[in-house]
Design a protein around this ligand. Structure first.
Ligand code: GDP
Length: 446
């Protein structure tokens, strides 16, 4: 699986970080050294790694740890954000010409990179967007390439324009655009010839096409499996003919990740799509944020961290309000319901956290602390009270208590016990006003 080794290594680093309550500068430095090694082993460009680590280190050391996160999580958050930035932050789409103008896309890349396959894959994607693409067979050196494009075009139900092998690619491109004008195609995709290595002849040919026709988007297909070589190739193409974006093919293979992480930083050009298999439907839009969490092996941990933060800050406000009511001896049954809801939230969070990588289901006794049955019973008792009773427990005379017990389907003794406990706690709160002022002090009932 792609990124497997990188992800494993990063997970180990993060596990160590998370297990520490406090992080010293040395802890962060040591962890980042591991991250650096992992990235280098994943064939990420050396300069890119250096800059990346520097950026993370600057932010991580001395960073204020955000509310609701521990220092380890804070470092993970920063690594994630920098990784997303490294890959370009935003998702980039093919830019089309406005209105009815024809958009000309030139596909280029080395032989075997997956150019012809990707050309057909993109045509399929564009059709879904309501475009009417025409594929032009400009690879005249490999007769098999024309045939391959025709077969793929047929599969995608997209027309393929070909003039055989005896024409110059630039002329084929010109004629294809004329054909598109007559036929009403609004996109022309030129499938050009690759070579085994970057060579002058290939670059000249591409430049000739660019001189002969107006190319609006030049897209380069590189094989992700080739790691840093893919990045070197991308740089050469960009320097010599200028590209607008990159498609990383064969990301379904055992790639170490280097290309995905380095392309944007080295060439300045974004990755638009990733090839995820040989089938013509195996092309995915590239999302830097999703790719980062995939590489970090964090699944949705990061969005979970964010969600937890939101929950906690909302809860903290409510808690403060509740604490102040407690101090004034005004804590009522509605507050009780609210505190139960918060406990439930935490229980829910506990069960999610348990599924996350790295936690291994440990340290999650929170869940077992919350007795669902007990909570449900208490809730039923409070729900059987009238709003006035909930606000003013003093109203609860024996006949009201009987009614509540019937409503909740419990014995009167259970209701009595609960109300007694409630009153005792209330009394305690009044006597110890300092008690509930703590940051995460929760109403300790039941
Ligand atoms: P071209 O020489 O650049 O036109 O490359 P082709 O389109 O002929 O592809 C070369 C080989 O790579 C073919 O066997 C394709 O099926 C395969 N290929 C292309 N894209 C992908 C991909 O995303 N994943 C996998 N696994 N194979 C791919």
């Amino acid at each position: 699986m792609a990124f497997e080794s990188l992800t494993d290594k990063l997970q180990n680093v993060f596990k160590n970080l998370r297990s520490k309550g406090r992080l010293t500068e040395d802890d962060v430095k040591a962890a980042l050294k591991e991250v650096k090694l992992a990235l280098l082993e994943a064939d990420v460009n050396f300069k890119v790694v250096k800059q990346f680590i520097k950026a993370v280190e600057e932010r991580a050391i001395g960073a204020d740890v955000m509310n609701g996160l521990n220092p380890g999580q804070m470092v993970i958050k920063i690594v994630n954000e920098e990784m997303v930035a490294l890959m370009g932050s935003e998702t980039t789409e093919i830019a089309f010409q406005p209105g009815k103008a024809i958009t000309v896309i030139m596909m280029c890349g080395l032989q075997g990179a997956g150019k012809t396959t990707t050309t057909a894959k993109i045509a399929g994607k564009l059709k879904l967007k309501g475009k009417t693409p025409l594929l032009a067979a400009c690879d005249v050196y490999r007769p098999a390439a024309i045939k391959q494009l025709q077969i793929n075009g047929e599969k995608q139900k997209v027309e393929v324009f070909s003039m055989g092998e005896n024409q110059k690619p630039a002329n084929i491109a010109k004629a294809a655009i004329e054909h598109a004008k007559k036929n009403g195609n609004n996109v022309v995709i030129l499938d050009t010839a690759g070579r085994l290595h970057v060579d002058e002849e290939m670059m000249e040919e591409l430049q000739e096409i660019k001189k002969a026709v107006e190319v609006h988007q030049t897209l380069l297909v590189v094989d992700a499996m080739t790691g840093q070589d893919a990045v070197t190739v991308a740089k050469a193409f960009n320097d010599q003919i200028g590209i607008d974006g990159v498609i990383l093919s064969k990301m379904d293979g055992d790639t170490r990740g280097g290309a995905a992480l380095s392309v944007k930083a080295v060439t300045g050009k974004p990755i638009l799509y990733v090839g995820m298999g040989e089938k013509l439907s195996d092309l995915e839009q590239f999302y830097p944020d999703r790719m980062a969490s995939r590489i970090l092996g964090m699944g949705d941990v990061l969005s979970l961290i964010e969600k937890a933060q939101e929950n906690i800050s909302i809860d903290e406000n409510k808690e403060k309000e509740m604490a102040s009511r407690m101090k004034k001896g005004k804590f009522d049954f509605d507050d009780y319901l609210e505190s139960m809801k918060q406990m439930r939230n935490m229980g829910g969070l506990a069960s999610i956290l348990k599924m996350l990588p790295g936690t291994g289901g440990k340290g999650m006794d929170l869940e077992s602390m919350i007795d669902e049955k007990q909570l449900a019973r208490t809730e039923a008792i409070i729900f059987s009270m009238t709003p006035a009773e909930r606000k003013n427990p003093k109203l609860l005379n024996p006949s009201r208590k009987h009614r509540i017990a019937r409503g909740a389907g419990v014995d009167i003794a259970v209701v009595n016990r609960f109300i007694k406990q409630f009153e005792q706690s209330q009394k305690m709160m009044k006597q110890m006003p300092g008690l509930m002022g703590g940051k995460r002090g929760r109403g300790g009932f039941g």
